[in-house]
Design a protein around this ligand. Structure first.
Ligand SMILES: [Zn+2]
Length: 422
């Protein structure tokens, strides 16, 4: 067994620091946590000295995309860059995420993450655990239907499909059911759908509803029949309510969530992942990065609602999780900077630091379908942890500095060790 000694352990559940603590790791799991008097060190074969620093659960991004993109030009890049190059870049992004203290990421749509899951699990790639949607389900003229391209280039089942996009386009209850089964056949950990339009889809708007209630219900039914859940992109109020009524578990973006949506989210114990980071960055850097004018216009419109509605949801008691919606390596949406969402929860929504840290750990674990397995440092949980040179409870911005994340462990495997050695 491995002992992490001389630690200040952040107990995210109780919102306290356990001083003079230690963690005993047995293989992939935490065997014991407590003060040095409580945890027996006799079984430890190896000791890591945390040097009196904070040890906290590994960070989780509950909504992002390992697309391998390096530009804001969503139109030209997939036509000019090979799929293999996108994959190679996604590997770099996984390494950057591990460096930054992320031990789990939820890829909310895309084939690359689905394909790289095994490479991470077997240790070929040094990265966070991937929970992947694979091909997302979109209606024709939906957010996942890349409107400016011929539909044969967009659908994952088409022989001419561009793998950089690859949605499952489906309309009507039967097609939706079949598409959900197809996603499961491809190995999806959960089903990703779009129940409203969005910013980065050319011809729709965030207020438009997509899929009917019956279509969404059929998809939820197929997912739960296979022990999975549904994660919806939902921005406008009506599409959010439809998703919640149908039993969708994770609502991403939720820019315009209204009071009905908030009450339903609480009642159904859904998790809201507002992805403030992507909105902030589209507004700040979008023009410079060459994002299309129609996307910038829609983001400007949504911005009036987004932070205010996220705050209203949080204050009402909705469970919130951090997710960035970052998709690649360009300066504004770069993997490795994903702790930004924690900082925005504190600085924009007004959450106390401990709540933002819960959102990035226990709550995000629930949004990943890994509740009770990761997200807190307790006996029996996966040994997913980081050692931070600083106290994120006092200053969450410390998590943005990769050089302050000294040690990263995912399921007992050491992904980074920059602890000073004697
Ligand atoms: Zn997304």
């Amino acid at each position: 067994m491995l002992l992490i000694d001389n630690a200040r352990v952040l107990d995210v559940k109780k919102g306290r620091i356990i001083e003079n603590a230690r963690i005993l790791v047995d293989g992939r799991y935490i065997a014991d946590v407590g003060t040095s008097g409580e945890v027996d060190e006799s079984k430890a074969e190896k000791v890591i000295d945390a040097g009196g620093r904070v040890v906290m659960p590994g960070l989780i991004d509950a909504h992002m995309h390992l697309s391998g993109s390096r530009s804001g030009d969503l139109i030209k890049e997939p036509l000019l860059v090979s799929y293999e190059t996108f994959v190679a870049r996604a590997v770099r992004d996984l390494e950057a995420l591990a460096e930054a203290g992320f031990t789990t990421v939820v890829d909310a749509g895309g084939l690359i993450a689905l394909g790289l899951k095994q490479a991470v699990e077997e240790g070929t790639v040094n990265g966070p655990r991937i929970v992947a949607a694979g091909a997302p389900l979109s209606q024709t003229f939906g957010h996942g239907d890349v409107h400016y391209l011929p539909i044969e280039l967009v659908d994952a089942r088409s022989p001419h499909g561009l793998r950089q996009f690859a949605s499952l386009i489906c309309d009507g209850v039967d097609e939706c059911r079949k598409a959900a089964r197809h996603a499961l056949r491809m190995g999806s950990d959960f089903i990703k759908i779009f129940t409203t339009g969005g910013v980065m889809s050319q011809r729709d708007r965030p207020e438009y509803t997509q899929f009917t209630l019956e279509e969404i219900k059929a998809i939820v039914e197929e997912a739960s029949a296979a022990g999975r859940f549904v994660h919806a992109h939902a921005e406008g109020d009506k599409g959010i309510v439809n998703a919640l009524q149908a039993g969708v578990k994770v609502i991403a973006h939720a820019d315009m969530i209204d009071e009905t949506g908030i009450q339903l989210a609480i009642e159904k114990k859904a998790v809201v992942v507002p992805t403030l980071s992507v909105s902030e960055h589209i507004l700040t850097y979008g023009r410079e990065l060459g994002l299309p004018e129609w996307a910038l216009e829609k983001e400007g419109f949504l911005f009036k609602y987004h932070v205010e509605r996220a705050r209203a949801a949080w204050r009402a008691g909705v469970k919130m999780a951090t997710g960035t919606d970052f998709w690649g390596g360009v300066k504004a949406f770069k993997h490795g900077d994903n702790a930004l969402e924690i900082v925005l929860f504190v600085e924009k929504i007004g959450m106390p630091a401990i709540e933002a840290l819960r959102a990035a750990t226990i709550n995000a674990a629930e949004a990943a379908g890994l509740g009770g397995q990761t997200g807190s440092l307790e006996k029996g949980m996966l040994a997913d942890l980081i050692i931070v040179d600083g106290n994120p409870l006092e200053n969450p911005r410390v998590l943005l500095k990769k050089e302050k994340i000294l040690f990263v462990m995912r399921s007992g495997a050491i992904l980074k060790d920059k602890l000073p050695k004697e």
